[in-house]
Design a protein around this ligand. Structure first.
Ligand code: ADP
Ligand code: MG
Length: 274
């Protein structure tokens, strides 16, 4: 092989498994994410979606297999090549940090406690604030901002170091339809412009159905990876859950009916996904 072919792959997962206590969340996961690819991660509560993102960040250890980001093994905590929007905890109303300072926390110099913002950092923060459509409220305390406004700023922070991979953990939760669209569209534009690979955890596929390339569906201790048409299929999901599940299409929307709760559907050693 010439050069290092794997360094062009934003994210490479090989034979990964995740065990928590006696419970195997999933095993045998192989995934190569292409530059600019948008992958939605679906699955019931407790299926291991957050733990997967944390494992990619090196915050959790996989119990088997390897994870590489831009050709390097993930080890230790945090990784500047990965942007991360954690599952939301709304910021307390008394948070006095200004919006632009929240974004600035993602710029390396600031993150490592640089006391005085450098001019280059300031320009970088301005550009990020503009990119996420936050210019009009970036000087207000974040505690006063709406959920949608806070989410834009958190995405700006995650994009600050121009990551090769962006991990978003249920970033649409508690947003109205207009804000959901806005958030999806700005992430979609960014990955198209910059080639950033996106792993996007969501409990509802509908807001991302138009932009998604592949779906990783985790359920019942197993997973299925493929195009939306391959994965969002009644037979496929019925096998995955080990219980009757129906995928209905109505008015351009997609509804998964009968998906049992994760706790009721443990098949720790079910067949590996196809
Ligand atoms: P999801 O994001 O899909 O809702 P999580 O990844 O948060 O699921 O959690 C998956 C399962 O792993 C849950 O049952 C959770 O209780 C368990 N879990 C997560 N982290 C740990 C941990 N550090 N130790 C033990 N169990 C954990
Ligand atoms: Mg979660």
């Amino acid at each position: 092989m010439t050069g290092d072919p794997s360094s062009g792959v934003p994210l490479r997962i090989r034979g990964a498994a995740l065990r928590r206590g006696q419970r195997e969340l999933w095993a045998g996961l192989d995934l190569d994410v292409e530059p600019g690819e948008f992958i939605a991660v679906l699955g019931p509560s407790g299926s291991g979606k957050t733990t997967l993102l944390r494992a990619l960040l090196g915050l959790e250890e996989v119990s088997a297999g390897t994870v590489e980001v831009a050709g390097s093994r993930v080890r230790g905590r945090g990784n500047r090549r990965i942007g991360y929007v954690p599952q939301q905890r709304p910021l307390p109303p008394e948070t006095s940090l200004r919006g632009r300072d929240l974004v600035g926390l993602g710029v390396s110099g600031h993150r490592f406690g640089f006391p005085v913002p450098r001019r280059a950092d300031r320009a970088r923060v301005d550009a990020l604030v503009a990119e996420v459509g936050a210019t009009s409220f970036a000087d207000r305390p974040v505690g006063e901002l709406s959920g949608g406004e806070q989410q834009r700023l958190r995405i700006g922070q995650a994009l600050a170091d121009d990551p090769v991979v962006l991990l978003c953990d249920e970033p649409l939760t508690s947003l109205d339809l207009a804000n959901q669209r806005a958030i999806v569209s700005l992430i979609d534009s960014h990955r198209r412009a910059r080639g950033t690979a996106v792993l996007f955890v969501t409990h509802d596929i509908n807001p991302v159905l138009d932009v998604v390339d592949r779906i990783l569906y985790i359920a019942g201790g197993s997973f299925m990876l493929g195009s939306p048409d391959e994965v969002l299929d009644s037979d496929v999901l019925t096998r995955l859950y080990g219980a009757p599940v129906e995928v209905l299409r109505a008015g351009g929307r997609l509804v998964v009916v009968g998906a049992p709760d994760a706790e009721a559907a443990h098949h720790h050693h079910s067949e590996a996904a196809e």
